[in-house]
Design a protein. Structure first.
Length: 464
């Protein structure tokens, strides 16, 4: 750990020294001999020099650095670079990374930047941008190596030497026919281990997995995870091979989806821009909707309390336990909701698993509710001994009321929190919108009804 910190300090110091020298050749030599990730760190740590850093890198390395930077930094760099450097950088970027950057920009800026691209790159970029947002087509790159089934292994290696430089990966080689239909994908190790005169069709097994160009990006992420692949082919209609999607792009999508789900679970709409870059009025609109919904939901809590106002007046001590009861139900519901949403997101459970889930949550609700109910019961009895008369002469009945109410509310909280995401999924909505605050609000209202119903049962004819 200490050596890493010293290395970072040394890198920063060396960078400051070489920048201060104003020797362009020395700056170029220094930057071009650093790891890509180290150059990115220098850009983050030295915002005032970010334009110089990119400008002094070789164009290939500049593109490699640019594509791993965060979106706000990319936008700032493009805005500050000279037009010629911007054109050079965008043309050098792989098509999928270029599209990922452009789709974050306003349409007017995208239109101007596309005009600066070379004709071939412009055509590819427009084709990818033409696919639906969040589709696999937006992620794929058209740069890949393909061969024909009649080729020999020797001819395959000739093709690799000729075309692999522009390909994003050569871990897998794709086999097509004269109509550009995908026939197979073969790992390069299989070619390496085969004899030079072996034909491709002798190595083929016909077992391959492909994505459709209009598939959702989340679908692609699931397929990658289930099949342990670094790249997958993308086909259009009639099984025509259009491009490939690589694991780095899928990981980027997974990170974005995870961030969106976390924001939704927190009770806000997903942010489509970095927090510090988003205008305040837009951030306000993202947050106010759910707050109003939750506020209106909490007003039902006041309505429920008003309905039981007579019972509270007859036995005021009941009001003391309201926060305890509803918070326990809300916390339990939030727990269950978060667990189910996460399990659905990673494919551990589906809507078809609802009966297994509900059985488990009934058992969990009874177990959790029993523990909290016993603690609540003991607390009432113990406090009545410490402060005699605090609950009147019926402290045991009050203790049973609190204990059984906790059992009922916690059980209801687990059922509500686990089933609501599945109901939304079945209805075609995003399960993440059944966020923890929403579940907590729902359980608050119903928890009051459960609490006063239990109280009426135990205290009827005595205090109520």
């Amino acid at each position: 750990m200490m050596s890493l910190e010293l290395e970072e300090i040394s890198l920063q110091q060396r960078f400051e020294e070489v920048i201060a020298s104003e020797n362009k050749l020395a700056i170029q030599d220094f930057l071009n001999h650093q790891n890509i990730s180290d150059v990115a760190t220098l850009i983050y740590d030295n915002e005032e020099y970010e334009g110089q850093i990119i400008s002094h890198l070789s164009i290939h390395r500049a593109a490699s650095v640019f594509k791993i930077l965060e979106s706000p930094t990319q936008k700032r760099l493009i805005k500050g670079l000279p037009t010629l450097k911007t054109t050079e950088l965008l043309n050098e970027l792989p098509a999928d990374d270029r599209v990922a950057f452009l789709e974050e920009l306003p349409t007017s800026i995208v239109r101007d930047l596309i005009k600066t691209l070379d004709p071939d790159e412009r055509k590819v970029t427009l084709e990818l941008l033409g696919y639906p947002e969040n589709s696999v087509g937006r992620l794929m790159t058209p740069d890949f190596v393909y061969v024909y089934e009649e080729n020999t292994v020797a001819e395959v290696f000739d093709t690799i030497r000729k075309h692999a430089k522009s390909s994003e990966t050569i871990d897998v080689i794709y086999v097509i026919n004269e109509r550009d239909e995908l026939l197979d994908d073969i790992r390069i190790r299989d070619f390496i281990l085969a004899q030079p005169n072996t034909k491709v069709k002798e190595i083929m097994d016909g077992r391959f997995i492909s994505l459709h160009v209009n598939d959702d990006q989340e679908t692609a992420s699931e397929i990658f995870k289930m099949n342990n692949r670094v790249a997958l082919p993308v086909t259009g209609d009639n099984n025509i091979l259009l491009g490939i999607v690589t694991i780095d792009d899928v990981l980027w999508v997974a990170e974005e989806e995870f961030s969106e789900d976390i924001q939704k679970i927190g009770g806000t709409q997903a942010l489509d821009e970095p927090y510090l870059e988003m205008p305040l009025i837009k951030l306000f609109k993202k947050r106010i909707g759910w707050l109003v919904v939750l506020f209106l939901g909490e007003m039902l809590t006041a309505t429920a309390m008003g309905y039981f106002e007579g019972e509270i007046q007859k036995f005021v001590v009941l009001a003391l336990f309201i926060p305890l009861i509803i918070s326990s139900g809300g916390n339990t519901g939030s727990q269950a909701s978060t667990l189910i949403i996460q399990a659905m997101a990673v494919g551990e459970i589906t809507v078809a698993s609802w009966w297994r889930v509900i059985r488990r949550e009934i058992i969990q609700g009874v177990m959790l509710g029993s523990v909290l109910g016993i603690i609540g019961f003991i607390r009432v009895i113990a406090w009545a001994r410490i402060v005699p008369g605090v609950y009147g002469e019926h402290e045991v009945r009050v203790a049973f009321t609190v204990g059984f109410a906790l059992l009922g509310v916690v059980l209801w909280g687990t059922l509500s929190g686990s089933m609501l995401p599945m109901v939304l999924k079945k209805a075609g909505a995003d399960p993440a919108v059944s966020s923890a605050p929403f579940v907590a609000t729902l359980v608050d209202v119903t928890g009051l009804i459960i609490y006063f119903s239990v109280a009426y049962f135990f205290l009827k004819g005595i205090l109520l």
